[in-house]
Write a protein that binds this ligand. Structure first.
Ligand SMILES: *Cc1c(COP(=O)(O)O)cnc(C)c1O
Length: 401
């Protein structure tokens, strides 16, 4: 098909040209004398993205799932109890990973479309007077349902209960796109991957650990080898790795971090919020609703949009791809067929989002869902226009507007 694929899944995301160019380099010796010039700067600047001064960042070859495994196996032992809520495919998979590593997971099942039940967590922690719970798992942004949870509130609940458990955050579809503050929120393990907010190909699991998490490493008995923090730390301190690192991706990561810091993290977050809000205005204009049940849970990186009764969201995504070369996210697991998703994270702007909204609108009409052509697009256009940043331009041009 001529023209470009419009990529609006919540990862992999669109890759900026500068990132792609940065990776167009020869392969290199990862033991070269000057290799640390690249890697030490990455470790330093990733801390800015995670907003940690005291934590330590790790880069493993892998994906977000590997990051989960690294976080768990380096800091816990089989039989350890962890508290987690399950409200979407990703929070479900993290629980599953913990169970397969022999952890005892106290699962709080929550309706899909809601987020972390902070009050229930608070009660469970208060009831755990013997401090059996070693870790609390929070999926900050549940990508399957488009739900963002309040990590700071979980930290307050932990402190309120005076509970010493560690706080683990899945930030795969949130870190580098929406607000995340490792030190301020007292996060002990933060997990991310390269192909979402970092706008890179899949291939890096990026994990940050607090000093408390690193102290837990010594007594943690989960089997680990590839993801061992200790092996990493022994070599990372000099800018090297215990095995062959993903050198090409690291050049891309350099460019990606430069773009993020140049735009400014707060501006990146504000951009994601605006783009998401435009999508939400469109959904409203279509007369449809989000899977996320309440505004406090609306995600600024992905919207899961409920299709009306009698229609299949996966058919929308399928036809959008076949007919318009538009990639939308499918509904996963429990919400398969009930929703389709628009990913709005990474290297995106207003007009790109209008493409996704227009394509979704056309496809829904094709399928027989009664939405007015142009309705969602117009709602988003109006919102983007009204909230567009002011631009300096020559007076003569401005006067003629
Ligand atoms: C994508 C994603 C993952 C899994 O990451 P992979 O890179 O696919 O292994 C985990 N958690 C969340 C919230 C995600 O969005």
């Amino acid at each position: 098909m001529p023209g470009r694929n419009a990529l609006f899944i919540p990862g992999p995301t669109n890759m900026p040209a500068a990132v792609r160019r940065a990776m167009d380099v020869p392969l290199e010796d990862m033991r070269a004398l000057d290799f640390p010039e690249l890697t030490l700067g990455l470790f330093k600047d990733l801390k800015k993205i995670f907003k940690t001064e005291t934590g330590q960042v790790f880069m493993f070859p892998g994906s977000g799932t590997g990051g989960w495994e690294a976080a768990i196996t380096n800091t816990l032992s089989p039989g350890d109890k962890v508290l987690a809520a399950r409200f979407g495919q990703f929070s479900h998979l993290w629980v599953d990973l913990c169970q397969r590593h022999g952890l005892e997971v106290e699962v709080v099942d929550v309706e899909w479309g809601e987020g972390v039940p902070v009050d229930i967590f608070g009660e469970r922690l208060a009831a755990d007077s013997e401090h059996q719970i070693k870790a609390i798992l929070v999926c900050q942004n549940e990508t399957a349902t488009g739900v963002t949870s309040d990590v700071a509130a979980v930290r307050r609940a932990m402190d309120g209960a005076g509970h010493p458990a560690m706080l683990y955050v899945d930030g795969v579809s949130s870190i580098a796109s929406i607000d995340f503050r490792m030190d301020e929120w007292g996060v002990d393990l933060a997990v991310s991957g390269s192909q979402k907010g970092f706008m890179l190909p899949t291939g890096l699991a990026i994990v940050a650990a607090s000093q408390k998490a690193l102290a837990a490493y010594d007594s943690a008995r989960c089997p680990r080898c590839f993801f061992d923090f200790g092996d990493m730390m022994r070599t990372n301190k000099d800018g090297y790795f215990p095995y062959t690192p993903a050198t090409t991706l690291m050049h891309g990561l350099r460019a990606s971090i430069d773009l993020l810091l140049e735009e400014g993290l707060e501006n990146v977050f504000a951009r994601h919020h605006r783009l998401a809000e435009g999508v939400r205005r469109a959904v409203d204009a279509w007369g449809l609703s989000l899977c996320a049940k309440e505004p406090k849970w609306y995600s600024d990186t992905v919207s899961a949009i409920c299709v009306p009764e009698g229609f299949n969201g996966n058919e929308v995504a399928k036809l959008a791809y076949l007919r318009y070369n538009l990639s939308l996210g499918l509904g996963l697991s429990k919400v398969a067929g009930k929703v389709f998703r628009i990913g709005h994270l990474g290297d995106l702007n207003d007009l790109m989002l209008l493409t996704a909204i227009a394509g979704a609108e056309m496809t829904m009409r094709d399928i027989g869902i009664s939405v007015d052509l142009g309705s969602g697009v117009a709602a988003a256009q109006e919102y983007y226009r009204q909230t567009a940043r002011p631009v300096d331009m020559p007076l003569a041009v401005a006067a003629s507007m």
